[in-house]
Design a protein around this ligand. Structure first.
Ligand code: PGA
Length: 244
């Protein structure tokens, strides 16, 4: 999954990026999903030109569990679903940090999204201090528990483990630590709902062509959530093909 964040500046650049991906992502393995998450402003145009092998994710959704209404500045799950969006990203550390999104906001957004049949990618991750103090597993358990126990069983849930200290920093977690955390996450979510055993678990945080092979080889890593490298089509394609 490519998270474009607040990039690129112009629609022309977003279209150009999509055209390059279209050319390269043609005959991918049926079991592999390639998903891109442009900004809201570019979603519609990207959707019009992307090929059918590429799925679309929105980086946010209105907290309101309403299709429409007097909610200035919001974009509803129904609007996104009607436009062909497949996934909604929830709980990214940048939104937790810059928009003060708390657990209740995540619960409400997940509810709004799933009520419209959208799939949800829930991000969790510890910060540098929590990792240094060996509180990373406890932090992640708490983040999952706070949200998942407040929701009915979600059919289409994906969880992305993104250590905050590894996002956009060039630092990546050690492969052994990634596998250990993913196993921990699988155990935690299965303890909440046994049917979550096959939930896709993604790793995110400075994933690049140079480090993706070790990450992809982890038994409990099912994919990656890529920020910076998803804006460089050659790099993104190298990452995609490492999961073939
Ligand atoms: P990054 O971002 O790949 O630039 O570290 C990952 C993310 O925030 O999803």
């Amino acid at each position: 999954m490519g998270n474009w964040k607040l990039n690129p500046v112009t629609l022309a650049e977003a279209k150009a990026l999509t055209h390059i991906l279209n050319d390269k992502i043609q005959d991918i393995n049926d079991l592999l999903e390639v998903v891109i998450a442009p900004s809201f402003l570019h979603l519609s145009s990207v959707n019009d030109i992307k090929n059918t092998h590429i799925k679309l994710m929105a980086q946010d959704v209105s907290i309101q569990d309403k299709e429409s209404g007097a909610f200035t500045g919001d974009v509803s799950a129904a609007q996104l679903a009607s436009m062909g969006v497949d996934y909604i990203l929830v709980g990214h550390s940048e939104r937790r940090q810059y928009q003060q999104e708390n657990d209740q906001i995540l619960i409400d957004k997940i509810t709004a999204a799933t009520n419209q049949g959208l799939q949800v990618v829930l991000c969790v991750g510890e910060d540098a201090q929590q990792r240094q103090q060996q509180q990373h597993q406890q932090t992640i358990s708490q983040q999952l528990h706070n949200v998942l126990t407040q929701l009915p069983e979600i059919k289409q849930l994906t969880v992305a483990y993104e250590p905050v200290w590894a996002i956009g920093t060039g630092l990546t977690a050690e492969v052994a630590d990634i596998q250990a955390m993913h196993l921990h996450i699988r155990q935690q979510i299965t303890a909440i709902y046994p049917s979550y055993q096959h939930t896709s678990l993604l790793y995110g945080g400075s994933v690049k062509p140079e480090n993706v092979a070790g990450i992809a080889a982890c038994a409990d890593v099912d994919g990656v959530l890529v920020g910076g490298a998803s804006l460089k089509p050659e790099q993104f394609l190298d990452i995609v093909t490492s999961f073939r």
